[in-house]
Design a protein around this ligand. Structure first.
Ligand code: ASP
Length: 449
């Protein structure tokens, strides 16, 4: 049995949904199908999830969102009409949205999640109706009945361990099951969503729960590429990756899979295959525990902007027991998460995402570090980009770091930070954000041309 997840662009129109259904019905193993909300039909289109967020915000601000509600219902109605579905999807979606809007709005986040979940929920109902009308044994699965139980962190939920025991019973059901992605229910029965793009996570949890033979993730690209195609022209396709390689690449800007997707399948060793709904015959990219070292020591180059570095120095820091703990305690206390901590004898840098330091937080944290730790110097550097070269074979190959630094130097990119060793599968370079494109191009040229 396979779990197949289809992303937003695969559900965006009748034409796309027909492709989804022919992919699903072409393989009898594809029985547990996870769907996203309808996504963009063309470049400047609006995703249904974004329409739902707009509708919910308008309702919270003004107490009415009639126009937005009708627009969303029509989007589903249009798809259903084009598909020739007899079920009156427009009215079904309209009634569903009215019910959600009439819910409790006291907790805005809770209300928002209930609205956001409508995208996937109605998408699953539409696909199930279409397949059923075509004569297939198919049905919609309600995540509450199936046991998708999540933490009550609205918009940022995590699966609770007891879900797995319940969801595994889906194995015993008959026919094609259409499961809405992106949301589940808290223990107290409230709708809770994963972070944006979280239908990938739903698919991974289900694949682990039913011990699937494979988790197929259908999107709109033929494979994972060795670098961002918006930066490098025609980057090489990656046929196989390990979970660890994919994790590092998706952490640093590869948006093919949601960053949190792999954990459930990684723990159970279920292979993942990323495929294209628009070109299902292309082999795609497989993500496995081990891969054959066919494609060289470096498999991919990722980059992400928006980091900053807090640099702290104190003479004789190395002798001060507890300095690191106290420093990290300040961050914990301020609710700030950090990414890396390269250190020297008398200094340490904390690299973190700079969107956490909005408003007065930056000043407060720097002052606390200065006062509470009695340091000689603390300064912050903004606009940092992290570039990662990733590959399992790298650590056993002599000269990779030398080649990378040489390529960056030839491109006149100043390396501000290097971090190698903590991860066995990546080398990280911190560079000025303005140099990140130049850096990725230089590294791609070195390792892939
Ligand atoms: N529809 C949700 C979003 O746009 C979740 C998903 O597509 O995975 O974020």
């Amino acid at each position: 049995m396979k779990v197949a997840k289809f992303g937003g662009t695969s559900l965006a129109s009748a034409e796309q949904i027909r492709k989804v259904c022919s992919i699903v019905t072409a393989d009898p193993e594809r029985r547990l199908i996870v769907v996203s909300a309808p996504g963009k039909r063309f470049k400047d289109d609006i995703k249904v999830t974004d329409m739902l967020i707009k509708c919910a915000k308008k309702f919270l601000e003004t107490g009415c969102a009639e126009e937005e509600l009708i627009e969303i219902a029509s989007r589903y109605q249009d798809i259903a009409n084009d598909l020739g579905v007899k079920a009156d999807m427009g009215s079904i979606v309209e009634a569903d949205l009215r019910k959600r809007l009439s819910g409790n709005i006291e907790n805005n986040d809770k209300f928002m999640d209930s609205m956001k979940a409508a995208g996937e929920d109605n998408s699953a109902k539409l696909v199930a109706a279409y397949l059923k009308e075509k004569g297939y044994d198919a049905g919609y699965i309600n995540p509450r009945d199936a046991g998708m139980i999540l933490s009550d962190e609205y918009g940022n939920a995590r699966v609770l361990p007891e879900s797995y025991g319940k969801l595994k019973n889906l194995r015993d059901r008959h026919g094609i099951m259409i499961f809405p992605g992106f949301f589940g229910y808290s223990k107290s029965g409230e709708v809770v969503t994963f972070p944006r793009g979280g239908s990938d996570i739903t698919g991974s949890i289900l694949a682990a729960a039913i011990n699937a033979d494979m988790y197929e993730n259908f999107t709109d690209v033929d494979s994972v590429f060795a670098a961002n195609p918006n930066i490098v022209d025609n980057p090489a396709a990656i046929p196989e990756l390990t979970y660890r390689e994919m994790r590092e690449l998706s952490y640093a800007g590869f948006s093919v899979l949601h960053e949190e997707t792999l954990e459930p399948v990684y723990r159970t060793g279920i292979p993942v295959c990323i495929k294209n709904t628009n070109n299902p015959d292309s082999p795609g990219t497989k993500i496995l525990t081990d891969r054959e070292a066919k494609n060289g020591p470096v498999v991919g180059i990722a980059s992400d902007k928006g980091f900053c570095s807090i640099f702290i120095s104190k003479y004789m820091m190395n002798r001060e027991i507890g300095f690191g703990r106290k420093l990290l305690h300040i961050l914990e206390d301020e609710g700030v998460s950090y990414e890396h901590t390269p250190s020297g004898i008398d200094n340490i840098s904390i690299i973190l995402r700079e969107n956490q330091l909005d408003g007065p937080a930056e000043k407060r944290i720097l002052n606390r570090i200065k006062d509470e730790l009695d340091v000689d110097d603390v300064l912050i550097e903004h606009n940092l980009a992290l570039i990662m070269i990733v590959g399992e074979g790298m650590m056993r190959t002599v000269g990779i770091a030398a080649r990378a630094t040489d390529a960056l130097s030839k491109a006149s990119v100043n390396i501000e930070i290097i971090n190698q060793g903590a991860s066995e599968v990546s080398i990280m370079f911190g560079v000025n954000g303005d140099d990140s494109i130049k850096a990725v191009k230089a590294l791609y040229g070195e390792f892939f041309k």
